[in-house]
Write a protein that binds this ligand. Structure first.
Ligand code: HEM
Length: 350
């Protein structure tokens, strides 16, 4: 019997250790295919177990996020109270972007082959029912550095503090879930590399080699970490859990950071984005944006594994309509049990 913490979709895994590899997959649900997705989601934990058990040390996990519009299409009935579309944050110099995506699959493991295999099985089941919006394969870079060369993740809360930061705890049936924001950033490495190491340190707010935070007197107000420490009315720091991953294709000049942040309330992450793009005070934007451009952006609610496997009674609107073609689709794809299902994946990608 698998432990609860090892089930996909269980936000216990959000607070787990960083992995060496990750896949970030965003898809849109095709019109009329909501029933296929609703049938698939309860099976996701089993698929994750099938792949994960083949490597006991691989640490495979899979969290699925459901977007605001998709929620009503899949589940109907009550909604997570704070689930909404991610707003655009627009300042004098920089603006964030939003991406139309219904589902996020955040697949993590210590080996990319495990992520690859699970993604293949997921896509085989969803072939013909979803349109891929974006797929990024991230890797851990030396001592958890981003491609800008700085250690990324140091101030993440751990243990109990991490659990308190990410689990919804005041929303009835949605307690134990979490909210997640993703943004895919591409970096201008030519401009970044033209800075001296000392200038780069002023952009981030930490020393590059040692990862030590700059003293307050030296840390500029527009440095990344100065703008990302947000507090409540009583001055308590509001934490999020980040699991950013570098990605890229050097031959194509592509160098990126896939930002992913989990929190019990999306408001915390949105305050950080407001500080970064609009500035705090307005105009004092995050210098990291002078070298980093967001190409995607979306917000999702991540249900618990229990919710995924045993969703509430309300019939999904689409299931009531029983769209015949979408219901038939899974029967026609490659058999995930005894093949890699690569044929099914290729069909979808083309
Ligand atoms: C800290 C990189 C985007 C929130 C950091 C640090 C680095 C970094 C190197 C310092 C080490 C650490 O504590 O992790 C990046 C890069 C980004 C990015 C390369 C994309 C271009 C974001 C976004 C948010 C964010 C979009 C929030 C919406 C934070 C927070 C901290 C942090 C909360 C910790 C601040 C503290 O408590 O000191 N980031 N980050 N980052 N970042 Fe980012």
């Amino acid at each position: 019997m698998p432990s609860k913490a090892a089930s996909p979709g269980d936000p216990d895994e959000i607070a787990g250790p960083l992995t060496r590899a990750a896949t970030f997959l965003l898809v849109r649900i095709d019109s009329g295919a909501e029933g296929v997705v609703a049938d698939f989601l309860p099976d996701l934990p089993g698929l994750r177990r099938s792949v994960g058990f083949r490597s006991l040390t691989g640490g495979l996990s899979c969290l699925v996020g459901i977007g605001s519009a998709a929620w009503d299409r899949i589940y109907g009935g009550p909604r997570p109270a704070e689930l909404h579309e991610l707003p655009v944050f627009k300042g004098d110099r920089h603006a964030s972007v939003t991406t139309e995506a219904d589902l996020l699959f955040h697949i993590r493991a210590d080996r990319m082959d495990l992520c690859f295999e699970l993604e293949t099985l997921i896509m085989a089941r969803l072939a013909g029912a979803v349109t891929v919006v974006d797929e990024v394969q991230g890797f851990r870079y030396f001592d958890a550095r981003d491609v800008l060369g700085f250690v990324d993740g140091t101030e993440n809360p751990t243990g109990r503090a991490a659990r308190e930061a990410v689990y919804v705890d005041d929303d009835g049936a949605f307690d134990g879930g979490s909210y997640v924001v993703v943004q895919k950033y591409l970096h201008d490495m030519t401009a970044w590399n033209a800075l001296s190491t000392e200038e780069q340190e002023l952009v981030i707010g930490r020393r590059k080699l040692s990862d030590v935070e700059l003293p307050d007197a030296e840390k500029p107000a527009d440095s990344h970490i100065a703008l990302n420490v947000v507090t409540d009315d009583e001055g308590n720091e509001l934490d999020i859990v980040r699991d950013n991953m570098p990605f890229g294709r050097p031959a194509y000049g592509e160098f990126g950071t896939y930002f992913i942040g989990y929190a019990k309330s999306p408001v915390v992450i949105e305050r950080m984005l407001e500080n970064m793009f609009v500035g705090s005070p307005p105009g004092n934007h995050d210098r990291i944006l002078d070298f980093s451009t967001p190409h995607t952006g979306a917000l999702f609610y991540v249900p618990t594994a229990d919710f995924l496997e045993d969703p509430p009674e309300e019939a999904p609107a689409a299931k009531e309509e029983e769209p015949a073609p979408a219901e038939e689709e899974p029967e026609r794809v490659a058999e995930p049990d005894d093949s890699l299902g690569i044929g099914g994946l290729r069909e979808t990608a083309e």
